[in-house]
Design a protein around this ligand. Structure first.
Ligand code: PMP
Length: 356
């Protein structure tokens, strides 16, 4: 299944027809979004569908969350909620924090981050390098006052000119995707998109994209893909907030509640994707398609492939590559971590020697 030889046709992919935008982008803010939409040739051939991925790892801060970070801060600036020298504080699994920290540097703001202490070390290192003040806190549910989000909220309440961007419940997040990611997908596919599937953390990406695409064509299938440890698979299926499985190796996705960003989003159905499937897809993308991605992206593409089984041949299915794999050496690409979680079998044997 994992082809290692380069086929004759591969040469034809190396096009010299570089059609680039003549626009010069304005700083970090101007560089967010307008990411390429990439067809995965091997998976498309295997499934008989066009499997397309939005390359969100190419945002300037390296992840899908740059869009949310930009719209959360822009919204506050537009409403005059913050002024020069402001402090931005957020509770984040890391990627939103990285986007916010970059923006704070570009705008001359201070950045304060509260993170659960079960995330990849590299995200914390990057945040500190960017100059953000980072506090990691024990993992507790949102109902507990010591949840990382409550820390962020309290921090802002106690200080002047300090904004808690509140990515989970501030709908500026999904509005950003409604105004950018959704229209980009529509334009890049010439409106020929049959399904969208992706996992959610805040719900901002999926909700914003689905809201836009359903307005354009109500027949587009909109699907939420959920990792273990999350309640959203069951919520979409039956309306019940029942958790499926244990804590996942994926980071930044899965949820214990319905956030304001996800609420009332036009989502038709849900898929549960095991860590085995997500990890397997991470390595398939790495060694067959040539993409080095994080676990949420593995899950997303695994979900697109699963969805293709119930779509007519030739359908176009869109998902996201949310970030790249470089932040996950000590988890997703760690021999010890994968074997501790019983996930080593999801990595093809010949590649296990490459793990950290
Ligand atoms: N993938 C990764 C790696 C993320 O960090 C996040 C957000 N935490 C997501 C996916 C999900 O994005 P959203 O918050 O828009 O649902």
């Amino acid at each position: 299944m994992f082809a290692s030889t380069i086929k004759h046709g591969a040469r034809r992919c190396l096009s010299t027809d570089v059609s680039f935008s003549a626009r010069i982008l304005e700083g970090f803010r101007g560089s967010v979004g307008n990411t390429p939409l990439i067809r995965l040739p091997k998976l498309s051939e295997e499934t008989g569908c066009n499997i397309l991925v939005k390359a969100e790892y190419l945002n300037p801060g390296g992840s899908i969350k740059d869009r949310a970070a930009l719209f959360l801060i822009q919204d506050a600036l537009d409403k005059n909620i913050i002024k020069e020298g402001a402090t931005i504080v957020e509770g984040t699994a890391g990627n939103t924090g990285i986007g916010l920290a970059h923006l704070c540097n570009a705008l001359g703001f201070k950045c304060v981050i509260f993170m659960p202490n079960n995330q990849s070390k590299a995200k914390i290192d990057i945040l500190r390098l960017l100059g953000a003040e980072v506090t990691t806190v024990p993992v507790v549910p949102i109902t507990d006052p010591n949840n990382y989000n409550h820390h962020a909220k309290r921090y802002a309440e106690q200080r002047e000119n300090t904004l808690w961007t509140n990515q989970f419940d501030n709908r500026a997040n999904r509005r950003g995707h409604y105004l950018t990611t959704g229209p980009e997908i529509w334009t890049q596919t010439n409106g020929k998109v049959n399904a969208v599937v992706m996992s959610t953390g805040t719900g901002g990406t999926l909700a914003g994209v689905c809201m836009y695409l359903k307005e354009k064509n109500n027949k587009i299938r909109t699907v939420l893909a959920d990792p273990p440890g999350s309640v959203l698979y069951n919520y979409i299926k039956s309306g019940k907030l029942e958790r499926m499985g244990d804590a996942s190796i994926t980071e930044g996705i899965g949820q214990g509640r319905v956030t304001q960003n996800l609420k009332d989003a036009p989502i038709d159905e849900s898929l549960f994707i095991s860590d085995q499937k997500s990890v397997h897809m991470v390595f398939k993308l790495l060694y067959e398609e040539g993409f080095f991605v994080g676990a949420s992206s593995g899950l997303n593409v695994a979900a697109a492939v699963e969805l293709s089984q119930s779509m007519p041949k030739g359908s176009t299915i869109v998902t996201c590559i949310c970030d790249n794999g470089q932040k996950y050496f000590n988890r997703l690409f760690s021999n010890d971590e994968l074997s501790k979680r019983g996930l080593l079998d999801s990595v093809p044997e010949q590649y296990r020697k490459n793990l950290f």
